[in-house]
Ligand binder design. Structure first.
Ligand SMILES: [Zn+2]
Ligand SMILES: [Zn+2]
Length: 379
């Protein structure tokens, strides 16, 4: 009875309270509004490096994108990035009848909000040549007005060299885009070879949105170029990624000494990156391997079950990161397939008398045709 009275009181009081706020005929329903919040992506660091999350390739209305630069910064904050570059096309501005063409404006508009939200905003542009050679991203650039806008193929190298003269970090974007749809292949073309030999090319996009440019991974590994992963988003990111379903945006993981622009640059120059898209990671074996071992741990055996010849030991294998690992047993006897969802653990069983099991991590690529192989020690 008391409860009913209390509920009745609360109902009358809340009704009165709402109407009391209703002087202007406006009822506030702000309790239904989400507070703004940043999603934190948990990925451990190692060897004194912290793992920064970066996306260096996206567009705004200042080229062919759908959104204003500050929206890009808000998305980056909300979606857990540490560092970003907006890279509007230099030679492609289809909104020019509605938006004044000014390649520096994207950065100028975005930088205040980035600073206020602790996001490292790197100035960038996409050098947009005909395909091939296609597109190159230049980040850490100076004045965008210095770029050549002429799309004549004879001037492709000049356009990239303008950015190089500004000491930009340059990477080749989506090398298989358009080209591979013609005959299924794409090549290490002459211009890229020249840029590589002149030490102008710093990296290649291996993941572009949901596309895995597999040859690019081999080129990065064989030529010591930096592995990049980017959204290349033109629309609102949440329009393309199912965040409520647990998705993350495609990105470059950087192993950086500090959370600063200088450390980001240094990690890019040294190639300390892994690209991450959907459930896959790709990179040079050294960094993919270190990332795996920093993320995954196995505890001591917690249970033993008698068998006919040997007893079976039970272990807990744990993923302390937001990455996703699917593992297949290569050598030894034990659990054949292990799926480690983000921030989760599994039980692994193995007959006694083994000091390790060797698995292939089929969601982690170290070459186009090679996955990371890891040893899981058993105690
Ligand atoms: Zn492009
Ligand atoms: Zn692009």
């Amino acid at each position: 009875m008391f409860k009913i009275k209390l509920l009745a009181f609360l109902f009358i009081f809340s009704t009165f309270y709402v109407f009391a706020q209703d002087d202007n005929g406006v009822m506030s329903m702000s309790e239904f509004r989400f507070p703004k919040q940043r999603h934190i992506i948990q990925i451990p660091g190692f060897d004194g490096y912290q793992t920064l999350k970066g996306d260096f390739h996206m567009h705004t209305v200042f080229s062919d994108g759908q959104v204003w630069p500050t929206i890009r910064v808000q998305e980056a904050w909300q979606e857990g990035l540490d560092v970003m570059a907006i890279s509007d096309h230099i030679e492609y501005t289809p909104h020019s009848k509605d938006v004044v063409v000014d390649y520096n404006r994207t950065y100028e508009i975005g930088k205040g909000m980035a600073a206020e939200n602790n996001i490292i905003l790197i100035k960038g542009n996409e050098i947009t040549r005909n395909t091939p050679p296609g597109h190159f991203n230049a980040i850490f650039i100076g004045d965008s007005k210095d770029y050549i806008a002429d799309r004549d193929n004879a001037k492709d190298k000049d356009a990239v060299m303008k950015a190089a003269d500004q000491d930009a970090f340059i990477f080749w974007n989506h090398p298989g885009w358009k080209v591979s749809s013609i005959d299924g292949s794409y090549e290490w073309i002459d211009l890229v070879d020249e840029l590589f030999k002149e030490k102008v090319l710093g990296g290649i996009e291996v993941f572009n949105g949901f596309g895995f440019h597999k040859k690019a991974l081999d080129w990065c590994v064989d030529n010591d170029l930096t592995v990049m992963g980017s959204t290349d988003n033109h629309n609102v990111i949440a329009y393309n990624y199912d965040f409520e379903g647990g998705a993350h945006r495609t990105m470059t993981l950087l192993f950086a000494k500090d959370r600063t622009a200088e450390s980001v640059r240094e990690a890019l120059e040294e190639g300390r990156t892994v690209a991450w898209s959907t459930k896959y990671i790709a990179g040079k074996e050294e960094w993919v391997s270190k990332l795996f071992y920093a993320s995954v741990e196995i505890g001591p055996s917690f249970h033993s079950k008698e068998g006919k010849e040997k007893s079976t030991k039970f272990y807990e294998i744990k993923n302390n990161s937001d990455l996703y690992f699917e593992m297949e047993l290569k050598t030894g006897k034990g659990t054949k397939n292990i799926t480690l969802y983000p921030q989760s653990s599994q039980v692994l069983t193995a007959p006694e008398g083994q000091d390790k099991l060797t698995y292939e991590v089929v969601t982690a690529f170290v070459r186009s045709d090679k996955n990371l192989v890891v040893d899981i020690p058993l105690k």
